[in-house]
Write a protein that binds this ligand. Structure first.
Ligand SMILES: [Zn+2]
Length: 240
């Protein structure tokens, strides 16, 4: 079993203090504070600010081995005091920073952050997340989960909504996020994609069906189904 043990900011400060005393042979004259910081890379800084010594260690290192944390803190301290960094210290830190595992982790964190950016749910006129939650309560007993809910990057006009089975993602066309699109239409398109996420695809004679019988029956439970259908027709004609 692999146990991940994440260090807290308090513990990091404690460690930095220890290293300071070891290296400088005295207690720091100023208060010292250290924290993990969400840098995109393995960046670390130390500054004197407002009468405090301030360490910021990339949060990539939150579950790094203690020897690696000791090394980077010692390096930062030497830099702060304009002293030469020993090759041993340099090599110790590099053996951590250059490892396959760490590079993989940085890559992973970058991807997660990019995804977070992508999933900005606030449109100019409609809020995806709020509407999703409301429809989820209303039609799915709040049981529906998707990995990603997002506006499309471009104003796709042919596809107003899309559910991606592979990524478990609902993508709604940004072309819907305008003032003249009625809320009902936006809700219906989102509901339709949620229904895809909920009911999956059916296979029959080797063919895939997304809009299968059960899907169509459930779709008609939408509260103003006919009105929404009518709006769909008008909208499709308008943007063509
Ligand atoms: Zn569909």
């Amino acid at each position: 079993m692999h146990i991940v043990w994440s260090m807290s900011n308090e513990e990091l400060t404690e460690l930095a203090l220890q290293i300071y005393v070891d290296q400088q042979r005295r207690k720091p004259a100023l208060p010292l504070e250290a924290q993990f910081y969400p840098y995109a890379n393995l960046n670390h800084t130390v500054r004197l600010r407002c009468g405090k010594i301030f360490f910021r260690i990339s949060d990539v290192m939150q579950d790094a081995p203690r020897w690696a944390l000791r090394a980077i803190i010692a390096i930062l301290l030497l830099k702060l005091n304009h002293r030469k960094i020993t090759p041993e210290l340099q090599a110790t830190y590099r053996s951590y920073a250059g490892s396959q595992e760490v590079r993989h982790r940085i890559h992973q964190i970058r991807r997660q952050r990019a995804q977070k950016l992508l999933s900005l749910n606030n449109g100019k006129y409609f809020d995806l997340r709020t509407t999703f939650d409301r429809l989820n309560r209303q039609y799915f007993q709040s049981s529906l989960r998707v990995s990603l809910l997002t506006w499309s990057a471009r104003k796709t006009r042919r596809t107003l909504g899309h559910y991606d089975h592979f990524h478990d993602a609902i993508v709604i066309s940004r072309s819907l996020d305008t003032e003249w699109v009625p809320l009902l239409l936006f809700e219906f398109i989102l509901f339709h994609e949620m229904l895809h996420a909920y009911s999956g695809e059916r296979y029959h004679n080797g063919k895939r069906y997304a809009h299968h019988r059960e899907f169509r029956i459930r779709e008609k439970t939408f509260h103003r189904y006919r009105e929404a259908q009518e709006l769909m027709k008008q909208f499709s004609a308008r943007i063509r």
